[in-house]
Write a protein that binds this ligand. Structure first.
Ligand code: CA
Length: 225
């Protein structure tokens, strides 16, 4: 599955490109509206992420051209916070969906999964790690068969840890993936949320299997195989 990213802001383009590659997508980036439009029309892509304010040609005009030639191609607009107009105009002009900057990788992946039409090209709809189950379609989480109610951010954090079982994930990796590329490096939000997850996932004296790895990060421990 090849995804086209049309975004002129280097930091965002890099963040999206690395994040999507790590999830197994092939990614091509374009920094300019005109060039992005040509790429999008090539028919090589299964989905397009499209910024609005671009050099060369405005993203909304690029969207018009894509729609005239590929009415079915999923196009997710990347809109700036506060630019409600862009969001509305994008949807009016046929955008499939939008994400508001700054967005997290998990949020973006959720939108992409929702709009890739062929089931064999979707990412797993559910994850399992030991006795923890997570379902992306219903947003349900269970531990040992018992429902665990998580907030959206807790869900994203758990999903990210479960995607990489038994792997030590650094604070930066996790913050990038779950909170987005513009998090405050001094934040303790990750520690706080790991605390919430541990509490909510603990069952009958069995602690949540999220380990702190000293001066490295965190690891979700799951039986292998
Ligand atoms: Ca831009």
């Amino acid at each position: 599955m090849r995804i086209l990213v049309v975004e002129d802001e280097q930091a965002i383009a890099d963040f999206v490109e690395h994040g999507l590659r790590a999830e197994g997508y092939a990614v091509t980036c374009s920094r300019d509206g005109e060039q992005g439009e040509l790429e999008a029309l090539s028919g090589d892509y299964g989905l397009v992420l499209l910024d609005v304010l671009l050099p060369g040609k405005n993203g909304l005009d690029v969207l018009d051209t894509i729609r005239s030639q590929h009415p079915e191609l999923p196009v997710i607009m990347l809109t700036a916070r506060g630019e409600t107009d862009h969001k509305v105009q994008g949807l009016d002009r046929g955008a499939t969906d939008y994400v508001v900057k700054p967005f997290s990788l998990e949020e973006l992946l959720a939108r992409i999964r929702a709009h890739l039409r062929r089931p064999d090209q979707r990412q797993a709809a559910a994850l399992e790690a030991g006795d923890i189950e997570l379902d992306f379609r219903t947003r349900e989480v269970k531990r040992a068969g018992v429902d665990v109610h998580l907030t959206a951010r807790e869900f994203e954090l758990l999903a990210y840890l479960m995607r990489h079982p038994n792997q030590v994930l650094s604070r930066n990796q996790i913050l990038n993936a779950v909170w987005g590329y513009d998090y405050d490096p001094g934040t303790n939000v990750l520690e706080v949320y790991v605390g919430y997850l541990r509490k909510k996932l603990a069952r009958n004296g069995d602690p949540a299997p999220i380990e702190t790895v000293r001066s490295a990060g965190y690891r979700l421990v799951a039986p292998r195989g």
